[in-house]
Structure formats: structure tokens, C-alpha cells
Design a protein around this ligand. Structure first.
Ligand code: PAF
Length: 279
């Protein structure tokens, strides 16, 4: 596996692959890899000839009081995992390279960036779309793979790709869960052992919603109230519990085919998100 630290080196690598007729599959990450990331790499491998992974803890998607400094990092372990999986190139840009002094340009997907996670993290998605667009411009992937754990992020990226006529096809990978159902996330490492047990309530609340829908409940308000009650019973502090249309992310009053439950909950000092298709 080639470890590439410069933007020009990354561009050269990609151009070389394209000139030989290879399709590039790209998985952007912030590192501290877990099985969720690895499932995305597998999707890239199945759908492209060469796989590029990036690791960059992107400062512009963290708010002033968020966890940028303590975000978990273990680059040597990540390198071993990726080379063991047959990844062709790992792109490791520095903050200075991605955002040199005088940097002023951002891209924002309106409306979708302001709701759900965007309501409590106002500049988060602007940072995500900006860095992803920069990475797409540098790597020029034919396909790129995002995880459904960050469901809103995947919807926003697809919107950006379509609105800006980008030449990349977006694939999404299903949520990978621990045995107790908690969605794999680098942020799970922040949880104490007691919090870790209580964090399974996000998944339980989604299963509850799915069961209620299966038993014929159509009223979203009633379903959300039951979910909230369950989350609070485990000491979770709710940021949002919503049932939305899976493409527009508009809040639904009544269950329909594309209904998706999405939750953001504080367990202690850690904010966790999860989601599930209800039908
Ligand atoms: O999902 C993530 O890890 C990040 O938001 C991404 C897509 C790598 C952009 O920094």
C-alpha cells in the first residue's frame, strides 16, 4: 500500500491509475478504523479496480466545543489494517495542506445541512461537504463509499454530487453493529463501561419503532413518544428523535414506505447517532 502525504502525489497516483484504465474506489475516513469502515472498503474493492482510503480528522466539521482534540487516533494500527485488506493507496493530508493560510472557500448543501444534526451542529455539514469535495477533486474517484450510520451525511453528499454534476457514483454501506446492537463508531471509545451498556438504548428505541410499525401503528408522534420514553428510562439525553422521509429527510406525520427513524442522544458527555428504515 502506498502512503501518500502530498496533494500532488495523490493526483499523480490517480491519474496514473486512470491512464491505465483502472476505476478508482474511494473511502474517506477520519481514521481509528473499525469494522464499519472495513465494510466500506470491501464495497469499494467489489466495485472498483483500485482502492484509495483517506484519513484526515477534518477540523472544519467540528464546532468550537466539540471533540476535535480528543478525537481518537492510531495511524500505525490503521495502516496495518488497510494494507492487510489490499488497499492500494492511503492518502494522509495535513491540516495545513488542506486548509492553507488564507483559506476562504466552503460548499454548503442548503436546508438539508440545517436540520437534525445540523440544528445542534450548525457548521458541521458545511465542513463535511467542503472536505469531501476537496478530496473528490484531488483523488478523482469513480465511486465513493459512505456509511449509513451517518445517514444524513450520506443524503447530503448525494445531493451535492447531483447538484454540482460531479463525476462520482456514491455507494452506501449498511450499519455494522456490535453484539448488543450499538452501531460501530470511533466515538464509542469515549463511553465508560456503564455508559457503553446504556448506549444500546439507541438501537433498542429504533427496534421499538420498527415493532410498533409492524404491529400497525402509523402515527409518528405516538411512535416517537414511545421511543423518547425508552431512551430517557436509560438516562439518555435526547438531542432529537425523528421519523423522516429517507430521501428528503422531511419530518413525517404518518408512516409511509420510505419512513426512517433517526436519533441523536447524549449518553453522558458523548453524543451518539443511529437510524433505521422502518418498513
Ligand atoms: O464520516 C466521516 O468520517 C467524515 O465525516 C468524512 C466523510 C471522512 C469527512 O471528514
Amino acid at each position: 500500500m502506498k502512503c501518500i502525504k502530498s496533494i500532488s502525489g495523490m493526483k499523480n497516483f490517480s491519474r496514473m491509475q486512470h491512464s491505465q484504465g483502472f476505476k478508482i474506489g474511494f473511502v474517506p475516513t477520519m481514521g481509528y478504523l473499525h469494522k464499519g469502515h472495513l465494510s466500506l472498503v470491501e464495497i469499494a474493492k467489489r466495485n472498483a479496480d483500485k482502492v484509495v482510503v483517506s484519513i484526515f480528522v477534518n477540523p472544519t466539521q467540528f464546532g468550537p466545543n466539540e471533540d476535535l482534540d480528543r478525537y481518537p487516533r492510531n495511524i500505525n494500527r490503521d495502516k496495518k489494517i488497510l494494507s492487510g485488506m489490499g488497499v492500494d493507496a492511503l492518502f494522509l493530508p495535513s491540516k495545513k495542506m488542506m486548509y492553507p493560510e488564507g483559506y476562504l472557500t466552503y460548499v454548503e448543501v442548503e436546508r438539508l445541512s440545517k436540520i437534525l444534526c445540523g440544528a445542534s451542529r450548525p457548521k458541521h455539514f458545511r465542513g463535511v461537504t467542503t472536505v469531501v469535495l476537496k478530496l473528490f477533486n484531488i483523488i478523482e474517484p469513480d465511486i465513493a463509499v459512505f456509511g449509513e450510520k451517518d445517514y444524513q451525511q450520506a443524503v447530503i453528499i448525494k445531493r451535492m454530487v447531483s447538484d454540482l454534476n460531479l463525476n462520482v457514483r456514491i455507494f452506501t454501506g449498511k450499519i455494522v453493529r456490535e453484539d448488543d446492537g450499538i452501531a460501530m463508531s470511533s466515538r464509542n471509545t469515549y463511553l465508560s463501561s456503564d455508559e457503553r451498556k446504556r448506549a444500546a438504548v439507541l438501537y433498542k428505541s429504533l427496534l421499538l419503532a420498527k415493532d410498533l410499525v409492524k404491529s400497525g401503528e402509523k402515527n409518528c408522534k405516538k411512535i416517537k413518544n414511545r421511543m423518547k420514553k425508552l431512551i430517557k428510562s436509560e438516562g439518555g439525553k435526547i438531542d432529537y428523535v425523528e421519523i423522516v422521509h429517507s430521501e428528503s429527510l422531511e419530518s413525517l406525520l404518518s408512516i409511509e414506505d420510505k419512513a426512517r427513524a433517526v436519533v441523536a442522544v447524549w449518553i453522558g458527555k458523548t453524543r451518539l447517532i443511529d437510524n433505521m428504515q422502518l418498513k
